[in-house]
Design a protein. Structure first.
Length: 293
């Protein structure tokens, strides 16, 4: 079917802005030309792509399906253009997806090393949970992501390197709670207020699975987006927090780590890339700086 790139480019801008006038401004062509291009595309594809009204524009199911396929292609073309236009040995912007916890406690030293080695290459970081970071790869907007494993959203083929292994721990301030046993069972933990990351995180998914394996229901009292805040709340006695051990920096004032009768398996931090895309030069250089666990 003879449909040129410009037709898809016009469609993409209308679909992402949901505005014919906004698309015409960005393309520097008339609104009539935009409308005619979309009509021509709809005619060739044999179905409407937009629902038009006097107040707004909406995608039809067919339009949404087409956008899902067009968007990755547009992003890939843009990334290729940026790499060709960049003057630093073909290295364009390094775009990384990672949670704020992984950024703060693991990635900062490697950001520093990369910046010292390639000061002209900008680093863009998108903060998201380990589960949500996977969509950055699937949408082909990030060069690589650094996430926790296990991760139910991450295809195994995307995993490029395991860079760290860590343990999750339960922590509490003993000044607020009297623990009758030195080692507590998961069942015992249910007697105390539990503080943990929200359900959209790989950490929450991990702890829920540990409880389910023992046919226990996990009902946290507080769910947050920040491990640092969980530690702060545990310190002031609001409950027992479940956090990665590396967040404690080798220890944390006023807090103790609670031992559990049930073993908590170690987890890993992994770097992942989209297997169907070439790895950018900047991503290759960043990967070289990261350790291998």
């Amino acid at each position: 079917m003879d449909i040129n790139y410009e037709s898809y480019k016009v469609f993409y801008l209308v679909a992402t802005t949901l505005s014919f006038s906004e698309a015409s401004k960005r393309l520097y062509i008339s609104q009539s030309a935009v409308s005619q291009s979309v009509k021509g595309l709809e005619k060739k594809l044999g179905q409407p792509l937009f629902i038009r009204s006097t107040k707004n524009v909406q995608l039809t199911p067919a339009g949404q399906l087409l956008l899902n396929h067009i968007e990755p292609a547009i992003n890939l073309i843009r990334r290729g253009e940026n790499r060709l236009l960049d003057n630093d040995l073909g290295m364009g912007q390094l775009h990384i997806g990672a949670s704020d916890t992984i950024c703060r406690y693991f990635l900062v030293p490697y950001f520093q090393k990369f910046h010292q080695k390639f000061p002209n290459v900008p680093i863009k970081v998108t903060n998201a949970t380990s589960l949500s970071c996977v969509s950055l790869l699937e949408q082909e907007t990030a060069d690589l992501i650094v996430t926790n494993l296990p991760n139910s959203k991450l295809p195994h083929a995307f995993i490029k390197k395991i860079v760290c292994e860590f343990h999750d721990v339960f922590i509490a301030n003993p000044n607020y709670y009297a623990f009758p046993e030195q080692t507590l069972a998961f069942e015992d933990l249910k007697q105390y207020p539990l503080l943990m990351l929200n359900k959209k995180s790989a950490t929450s998914e991990f702890l829920h699975s540990l409880f389910l394996k023992r046919q226990l229901e996990l009902l946290p009292d507080i769910e947050l987006n920040s491990n640092d805040l969980l530690i702060d709340l545990a310190r002031i006695g609001l409950g027992i927090a479940f956090v990665p051990d590396y967040c404690l920096n080798g220890g944390s004032k006023d807090l103790i780590i609670l031992n559990t009768k049930e073993p908590i398996p170690p987890r890993q931090i992994a770097v992942s890339v989209h297997t169907s895309l070439p790895i950018s030069a900047s991503a290759e250089e960043f990967l070289k700086l990261l350790p291998e666990a």
